[in-house]
Design a protein around this ligand. Structure first.
Ligand SMILES: [Zn+2]
Length: 180
């Protein structure tokens, strides 16, 4: 099974990458000593992309710390550039907006590359985590409507794990519609 974790989708959310690098370090350092980690590693192949939006991330270091989008030409919100339900609620058609959806789905090479990678893994992909740092939320699909979705056993487990984590961290859990 495959778990994909993607960070710095939004350029200014630096801590999302540091968080996942810490997670990767924990996986490596505890791979022999921690039974739970060993079990995770025997179950999943983890693919961690520390910086999806590399050009935007660079720009936050050189020009504008609060830049959020990609860097071609006016910038696109990569979070709103994926094909499924592209251009729906919450996505702007205004190229100057922080939530600009782009000229078409996968107009950005960053989102296209992630999509191609995930699709190449096929049904082995059991979890896809987009790590942000805007708020203290654990959001599960889908963001465009308030619908829990058709859950199978593993996704129910995943949501339950997320709920436990959120209670521990005093964070909120729910769909994007219910939480944002
Ligand atoms: Zn974000």
């Amino acid at each position: 099974m495959v778990c994909v974790m993607v960070c710095i989708i939004h350029a200014r959310e630096w801590i999302s990458s540091a968080t996942n690098q810490f997670f990767a370090q924990e996986l490596v350092q505890r791979s022999e000593s921690d039974a739970d980690v060993k079990d995770l590693l025997n179950t999943f192949d983890f693919y961690i992309l520390p910086v999806l939006n590399a050009d935007g991330y660079e720009y936050t270091h050189t020009d504008n710390r609060m830049w959020r989008k990609t860097r071609q030409p006016n910038g696109t919100d990569p979070n709103r550039n994926f094909a499924y339900q592209w251009g729906g609620q919450g996505a702007s058609t205004n190229a100057c907006a922080d939530t600009y959806r782009g000229t078409k789905a996968f107009s950005e090479p960053e989102t296209k590359a992630v999509s191609d990678f995930v699709l190449s893994k096929g049904t082995k992909v059991k979890a896809y985590l987009a790590v942000h740092s805007y708020g203290q939320y654990w959001l599960y699909p889908w963001l465009f409507l308030d619908f829990f979705g058709e859950c199978n056993e593993s996704s129910r487990c995943f949501f339950t794990g997320g709920s436990d984590l959120c209670l521990w961290q005093r964070e909120s859990i729910g769909t994007g519609v219910s939480q944002l």
